[in-house]
Design a protein around this ligand. Sequence first.
Ligand SMILES: Nc1ncnc2c1ncn2[C@@H]1O[C@H](COP(=O)(O)OP(=O)(O)OP(=O)(O)O)[C@@H](O)[C@H]1O
Ligand SMILES: [Mg+2]
Length: 220
Amino acid sequence: MSSDTGLVVQDLSFSWGAGKLALDRCSLQVPAGELWMLLGANGSGKSTLLRLIAKLIPLQEGIIIAPQPVGFVFQNPDHQLVMPTAGADVAFGLVAENLTLAQTHTRVRSALDAVGLGGLERRPVYALSGGQKQRLAVAGMVARQCQVLLLDEPTALLDPESQTALLELVRQLVRQQGVAALWVTHRLGELEYCDGAVLLQGGKVAAQGDPEKLVGLLKV
Ligand SMILES: Nc1ncnc2c1ncn2[C@@H]1O[C@H](COP(=O)(O)OP(=O)(O)OP(=O)(O)O)[C@@H](O)[C@H]1O
Ligand SMILES: [Mg+2]
C-alpha cells in the first residue's frame, strides 16, 4: 500500500479572490514513510494548502501529485465524526468500497486496534475523550488505507499526554504503512517527532528541510 513518491506539490498558487494570493508558487515534497510538519503564522496559508491537496477546494495553478486516498484530520474531531458509535463511524468511511459486512467488521476492528481503541466499537462517540476522538478520526484513515494523511493542528485541543500519544501514533503509522503525512502545528515541541518541516510566510515557502534548522530560523 505504500507509494514510492509520496506527496509532491509544485508551483502551487491559489487566491481566495480579490487578487491577493493565499499561496504563491509553493513547492514541497513529503516522501512516503515520512512525517513532515507545516509551520507558519496565522493566515500564512497552511490550511489552504491542505485543503487543495485534499481537493476540498479546486486547483487553480500548479501541480499536486498525491497517491489516493488522502485523509484529513481536523483540529476539532467533532467536525468530522458523524456516526453515533466508534465502530459505525469508521465503517461509514468504507461505504464506497463495496465490502461485505464481514470484511467491513474486520477492517473496522483492525483500524481501532491500530489506534489503541480496540474493543470500543460500540462506545458512543460522545463518551470518548478528546484524545480518543482524535485517534478515532485517525482510525477512519487507517481503515480507508489512506496513503497521504493531512492533519490540521490535530493536537490543538488535546492535553500534553494525548498530544504525545497522537504524535507517536501517527509517526508509527507513517513508518509501518508507508504513509506520507503533513501535520500543521504552532507548537515547536512537536517538531521533535518529524522527519522534515516546511515554513510558510505570507503564502510562500520561506524554508524547508531539517526541522532543527527551521527552529533556529524561528528563534532568531
Ligand atoms: N474560505 C475563505 N475565504 C476567503 N479567504 C480565506 C478563506 N480561507 C482562508 N482565507 C484567507 O487565506 C489566507 C490564508 O488562510 P489559511 O486559513 O490558509 O491560513 P492558516 O495558515 O491556516 O492560518 P491559521 O494558523 O490561523 O489556521 C488568509 O488571508 C485567510 O484570510
Ligand atoms: Mg489554519
